[in-house]
Design a protein around this ligand. Structure first.
Ligand SMILES: Nc1ncnc2c1ncn2[C@@H]1O[C@H](COP(=O)(O)OP(=O)(O)OP(=O)(O)O)[C@@H](O)[C@H]1O
Ligand SMILES: [Mg+2]
Length: 337
């Protein structure tokens, strides 16, 4: 049996092979370049993302998974089929003996599940299961899941934030909301245009966030951004300081805090006591922003831990779940009943 975990992130698709000794076998942008006139696919994954903001009006770069939901079923299926091909899983025989586990947002609605069911069918994946992100992020962060010691997880990705308190029995309280790195990138682009009179593209804004984005009030980083001057109408570059874009990031972390406090507010007293003792586990690409854990720890008044590669916590946790038969039976559910 081939065992595959798939996390179709709003920004990055990750695939983990859990049979044998493999691990993460693919991590590529969830992007497809499409000819707007003919519908023909021109590039998928990193080759498509490189083209963001650089194509002619006839080519569109589509991210088929948006804010954690499959928004374009056809392109999501084309993209996943290509990714499966890249990990050498394209023969009907191989797909037939593949068990696949999808990472779905916390509280995944029926609509979301049926979009994934259709996707699995399109990709000829018959043995398809799903588990909710908070379990996977907890497992990938090496939190110990038990019935008596609840775990609090926060995963902030490109398009969605998942927050939950859970135990091995189930999610005690949790939610997902559509905020993430993409909102920060858009705000950074607006900010640079407003204060530096330079229009920058989404890739440049994302690079600024990742290079100099910080949640420390002492942040001193600077980086050069290039784009088009809106005063002189020609290509230009400016230097951007961390403090100039800091609140484009903190505003969304503050929203995450607001939702986290909402989740914590309704906890039964003993669960709250365990959370207070154990603290929170932070994962997702945005956990890599400097001082993310410290910032959240300060605002939530508890210890916040993050693992060395937080953007891979969910997929690593999904791989671990596929390898643990007993836990798989309790936490993974079939996509179609
Ligand atoms: N070093 C870094 N510092 C800050 N942000 C980063 C860094 N590296 C990646 N990111 C951001 O993390 C986000 C991607 O994270 P992740 O892979 O967890 O998202 P995803 O799983 O694709 O999306 P989602 O879970 O929201 O559907 C992007 O916004 C990316 O720019
Ligand atoms: Mg994710």
């Amino acid at each position: 049996m081939i065992k595959l975990a798939i996390d179709l992130g709003s920004s990055v698709t990750k695939i983990f092979r859990a049979d044998g000794g493999s691990g993460i076998v693919l991590a590529e942008p969830s992007a497809v370049a499409v000819d707007g006139l003919t519908g023909e696919i021109k590039a998928i994954g990193k080759d498509a993302k490189k083209l963001v903001g650089k194509t002619t009006e006839y080519t569109e770069i589509v991210f088929p998974v948006y804010e954690g939901e499959i928004r374009n079923g056809r392109l999501a299926a084309e993209m996943l089929r290509e990714f499966l091909r890249r990990v050498n899983l394209d023969s009907a025989a191989a797909l037939r003996k593949t068990e696949v586990l999808f990472a779905l947002p916390c509280g995944a609605s029926e609509d979301i599940r049926s979009a994934y069911t259709a996707l699995a069918e399109e990709c000829r994946l018959k043995n398809a299961y799903y588990a909710e992100v908070p379990y996977l992020s907890a497992l990938g962060s090496e939190a110990v899941l038990s019935e008596s010691d609840p775990v609090f997880t926060i995963d902030i990705g490109g398009g969605i934030t998942n927050i939950a308190v859970l135990s091995a029995e189930g999610i005690i309280a949790g939610l997902s909301m559509n905020i993430g790195g993409n909102n920060m990138d858009a705000d950074i682009a607006d900010r640079v245009e407003k204060v530096k009179y330079l229009r920058i593209g989404a890739l440049t804004a994302e690079r600024l966030k990742n290079e100099i984005g910080s949640l420390s009030s002492q942040a001193r980083g600077t980086s050069v951004a290039e784009g088009i001057s809106v005063t002189q109408y020609r290509p230009a570059g400016v230097s951007v300081q961390a403090c100039e874009i800091a609140d484009c990031i903190s505003v969304y972390f503050d929203k995450a805090v607001e939702y986290a406090l909402y989740v914590l507010k309704g906890l039964p007293a003993e669960v709250a006591a365990a959370v207070n003792k154990n603290g929170a586990y932070l994962s997702g690409g945005l956990a890599r922003i400097s001082f993310a854990a410290e910032y959240l720890s300060d605002k939530l008044g508890m210890r916040v831990r993050t693992c060395p590669e937080p953007q891979y916590a969910v997929i690593t946790g999904a791989g671990a779940l596929l390898r643990d038969k007993k836990l798989f039976r309790t936490l993974a559910l079939p996509l179609s009943e």
